[in-house]
Write a protein that binds this ligand. Structure first.
Ligand code: F6P
Length: 359
């Protein structure tokens, strides 16, 4: 009997559990194979903490947020904390996978986790990557699961903010996730009829944003609603950073909305309020699109594993589920490019009169 491991890594995203469900069901029903869940991401692989997953364990999982595999985290077996700095413990991952009799390991994660997966693959582990992130910033797939749930959450927040903005004649600013790429801000901004969308790919001029807000008022609109990606920055400025992780060097972002609010208050004398949507975007029941995408990814990952094709990543390309070389798949971040990806959506937004702070 074949035995497939499955691990969830990085920040969570709605749909992780739906992938697990699809992996277990497909493995059992199509191949009579066994599935071993790795608890707590790479930490569990290092410690050899596994849990057998079978049909009844994944019942109802399609609608649940989070992951049933304990915690998901950003631990990196190639750079574990050691007394004299980071140490490489990837050997232990390989050894534990071998001891557990895993024929393949499906690793569900965003860019960081999938880069680790590719490195483990190079070291000889039979890995298959499944792309996940609410940010949708993985270059080789049209969409990652979790993204459309995050957009729905952000759109609902914009609708609610519009109501209260109107009631108080205020400028309402919604800060959403999106570290290097503004996909959530762009989609939610269009769906939620924002007046301004600020994204990391287009540094903004505070004077231009202020002009848009004033123009809204001059046209008789008492309120404005703005959506700002956490990684958005003013021209010539930097991303707003709260802290830097001393081990990984990863920046924790925060404050982009507040920074802009202060600038706008000074420039327009408007009453500005900020809402940071934060991790509300990462939790909750996945929307139908994410459930289906996660399910298709999980099913495909099992087929690829059973065909013995490793170092592959499952992706969505023009509506089709395919697999591509994992190493290549994680090479680039998918950014909004006015002349390329996301360009048509930017054009639509601009045609509707949405401003990007660069006019
Ligand atoms: O999942 C990606 C992401 O949502 C980024 O947009 C954000 O900067 C980051 O995760 C925050 O993650 P955490 O608070 O878990 O470190």
């Amino acid at each position: 009997m074949k035995r497939i491991g499955v691990l969830t890594g990085g920040g969570d995203a709605p749909g992780l559990n739906a992938v697990l469900r699809a992996v277990v069901r497909t493995a059992e029903r199509a191949y009579g194979a066994e599935v071993i869940g790795i608890l707590d991401g790479f930490k569990g692989l290092l410690d050899g903490r596994f849990r057998h997953l079978c049909g009844p364990d994944v019942r109802e999982l399609i609608r649940m947020g989070g992951t049933v595999l304990g915690t998901t985290n950003r631990d990196n077996p190639f750079a574990c904390p050691g007394e004299d700095g980071p140490i490489d413990r990837s050997d232990e991952c390989l050894e534990n996978a071998r001891k557990a009799g895993l024929d393949a390991l499906i690793i569900i994660g965003g860019d960081g986790t999938l880069r680790i997966a590719a490195d483990l693959g190079r070291r000889g582990l039979n890995v298959i990557g499944v792309p996940k992130t609410i940010d949708n910033d993985l270059a080789s797939t049209d969409y990652t699961f979790g993204f459309w749930t995050a957009i729905d959450t952000a759109t609902e927040a914009l609708d609610r903010l519009r109501d209260t903005a109107e009631s108080h004649h205020r400028v309402m600013l919604l800060e959403v996730m999106g570290r290097h790429a503004g996909w959530i801000a762009l989609h939610a901004g269009i769906a939620g009829a924002a007046d301004v969308i600020l994204i990391p790919e287009i540094p903004y001029d505070p004077h231009s944003v202020a002009k848009t807000v004033v123009r809204c008022q001059e046209r008789g609109r008492a309120s404005s609603v703005l959506v700002v990606a956490e990684g958005a920055m003013p021209r010539g400025g930097e991303m707003a950073v709260v802290a830097v992780d001393p081990t990984t060097g990863v920046k924790r972002l925060g404050g982009a909305g507040e920074r802009l609010a202060r600038e706008l208050e000074a420039l327009t004398r408007c009453d500005v309020r900020v809402t940071v949507l934060g991790h509300l975007q990462r939790g909750g029941s996945p929307v139908a699109f994410d459930r289906i995408l996660a399910t298709r990814f999980g099913e495909a990952a099992v087929h690829v594993a059973m065909e013995g094709r490793f170092n592959r990543m499952i992706r969505l390309a023009d509506g089709r589920i395919e697999d591509v070389d994992l190493d290549e798949a994680v090479r680039e971040t998918k950014l909004i490019d006015p002349r390329g990806l996301g360009g048509p959506l930017l054009k639509t937004a601009r045609a509707l009169g949405i401003a990007f702070g660069d006019e």
